[in-house]
Every structure is written in structure tokens, then in C-alpha cells.
Design a protein around this ligand. Structure first.
Ligand SMILES: C[S@@+](CC[C@H](N)C(=O)[O-])C[C@H]1O[C@@H](n2cnc3c(N)ncnc32)[C@H](O)[C@@H]1O
Length: 279
């Protein structure tokens, strides 16, 4: 058994179908090497001699935990601090000045290991101070969220963090933590990391001023994108902003949002609010 074990088209189809149904993620029909490359060690660990046998276990009640592991292995969690920095400048220079004195609530959807949420937190702390803001950061993967909650990263991952933010909001590890960096607790205390699947609407009625939904829509087909955006828009306050990754757009979707710049969208102010001023 090894990375060369062939996957049958039946097992490949079952796995692709499961990932699509559960997370909305499309695995291309030509991605057999990706699937086997990421899963063969699991077959080895459990002693299965075929992907059919592995998937049959994963689908059984006993395979509940392994289902999550399989999903974790088949999703892409790539992220880094201040990825696509123009969005953080937009937050600082355009959104925050329009916020007035209201508490700012940001939802970082598909946050992966937390670098994005911590980058947002640095901008909010720097511009708004210690209070008056909070962040909900969510991801489908419990594993990446576990990492995110620690706020500890390898120091080589931090070169995009502006120097003054590094000084104010990060601490370099010493001794056994040499080569690591920790985000300060005063920043982390503003962030709640929560497991959430974007295919579902959130159950509470929290409203957010800004939603970051970056570098995840690329994995979805149009029907899934429409559903995900509808779920998110229920939680975006009138006048709030939705920010996608630079390579992503809402083209072809029915959203009612206004394009502010490529990848940045705004929800119109509520009609009712206008009506109050009309007479
Ligand atoms: C490439 S990372 C993007 C991280 C970050 N937003 C960024 O731009 O750097 C994509 C993340 O989306 C998450 N994801 C994929 N499908 C999801 C779903 N249906 N619901 C919630 N998160 C999902 C993955 O677990 C992964 O952590």
C-alpha cells in the first residue's frame, strides 16, 4: 500500500460527491492524484486495501470522526497574515471612518487557521482602540480552528505584518517557543472562533458591519455560491460590506449588492430607513 494505490472511479465519485454535498466544494474530475495523494496515508493507517473500503468505513456510524479528517485533508487551508493587503487598507481608510461610534462587528467567514481574523483585529485595534469592536471567525474545519484559537504561528509566516503591528500586537517566542510568534491576548479576546458550515445560515440573529469571505468561493459552483451568499447576507446589516478574494466575484449571482470595487460589495441601506426621512 502506498501513494501509488489506484482509486476506482466508483470510489472517486463517492468521495467527490460527499465533499460536494457536505462542504459545497467541487473536486475536479481530473483530480484523482490530489485525492489519492492526500488520503493514502489514512488507508495505510486503518489498514484498508482500497478506497472503496476506506469510504465505506467513512460512511458508517463508526467513521464519524474520520469523515471530518477526510474533509480536512481534502480542503485547502492556505492563508497568511495580511493576504491581499488592499482589503485591510480599505477597512482602515474607507469602512472604519464611516462607522461612527457604533460598535463594529466583523465576520471572518472561512477563516482557516486565523491569520486573517488576527490581521483584521490588528487593524481594528489600531484604529478603534481596545473596545468597540469584535470579530466572529468561522470555518467548517474544527482542526484549523483549534490552531486559530492558540494564536501561535511560525515566525516565518509573519513577514506581511506591518512593523508597528508586530511590535504592538505580537510577541516572539523564547526557549521552546523560539521561532514562533504569539498574538497578544488583549487582541485575541475580541475574536470568537466557531465551527460553521457556510452552506447553512447562522442560527442567531447577529448582524455584522463587514463580512470577509475570501478565497473560498473559488471552490464552489454557482448554485452553492448563491446559497452561501444568501446565507451570509441575512447576517449583513443594511449598508454593510462584503469582501471577497481578489480572484472572486459575484458575477452571475442574484444578490442585490452594489459593487464598490472589484471584490468589494455593499448592501443597500434598508428601504424602510430611507422612508423614515422621506416625509
Ligand atoms: C483557502 S482557505 C482561505 C482562508 C482565508 N479566508 C484567506 O483568504 O486566507 C479556505 C477555507 O475555507 C474553508 N471552507 C471550505 N468550505 C467551507 C464551508 N462549506 N464552510 C465553511 N468553511 C469552508 C476551508 O476549511 C478553508 O479553511
Amino acid at each position: 500500500m502506498g501513494s501509488q494505490t489506484q482509486i476506482s472511479s466508483f470510489a472517486f465519485h463517492k468521495i467527490r460527491d460527499y465533499v460536494h454535498r457536505t462542504a459545497g466544494i467541487i473536486i475536479g474530475a481530473d483530480k484523482t492524484a490530489l485525492v489519492t495523494g492526500r488520503l493514502w496515508r489514512r488507508l495505510e493507517l486503518f489498514g484498508f486495501d482500497s478506497y472503496e473500503a476506506y469510504f465505506s468505513f467513512v460512511s458508517s456510524p463508526k467513521g464519524a470522526q474520520e469523515r471530518n479528517t477526510m474533509l480536512d485533508l481534502l480542503t485547502t487551508n492556505e492563508t497568511y497574515f495580511f493576504r491581499e493587503p488592499a482589503h485591510f487598507n480599505f477597512l482602515r481608510d474607507e469602512i472604519i471612518p464611516q462607522q461612527g461610534y457604533n460598535k463594529m462587528r466583523v465576520w471572518c467567514a472561512a477563516s482557516s487557521t486565523g491569520e486573517e481574523a488576527h490581521s483584521i483585529a490588528m487593524v481594528l485595534a489600531d484604529t478603534l482602540g481596545k473596545t468597540n469592536w469584535d470579530i466572529l471567525a468561522t470555518d467548517i474545519s474544527g482542526k484549523v480552528l483549534e490552531h486559530a484559537r492558540t494564536g501561535v504561528y511560525r515566525a516565518e509566516r509573519i513577514n506581511q505584518i506591518p512593523e508597528d503591528y508586530l511590535k504592538n500586537y505580537c510577541r516572539r517566542g523564547i526557549g521552546e517557543y523560539e521561532g514562533m510568534l504569539a498574538v497578544v491576548p488583549s487582541l485575541r479576546s475580541h475574536i470568537t472562533f466557531e465551527q460553521h458550515n457556510l452552506l447553512n445560515a447562522r442560527e442567531d440573529d447577529a448582524q455584522f458591519d463587514v463580512i470577509f469571505l475570501r478565497n473560498v468561493m473559488i471552490y464552489f459552483d454557482n448554485a452553492t455560491k448563491q446559497k452561501v451568499v444568501e446565507n451570509l447576507l441575512r447576517a449583513l446589516r443594511p449598508g454593510g460590506w462584503l469582501i471577497l478574494g481578489h480572484c472572486e466575484s459575484l458575477q452571475g449571482l442574484n444578490t442585490g449588492l452594489t459593487t464598490v470595487r472589484p471584490s468589494i460589495y455593499r448592501k443597500p441601506q434598508a428601504a424602510a430607513a430611507f422612508k423614515r426621512f422621506a416625509s
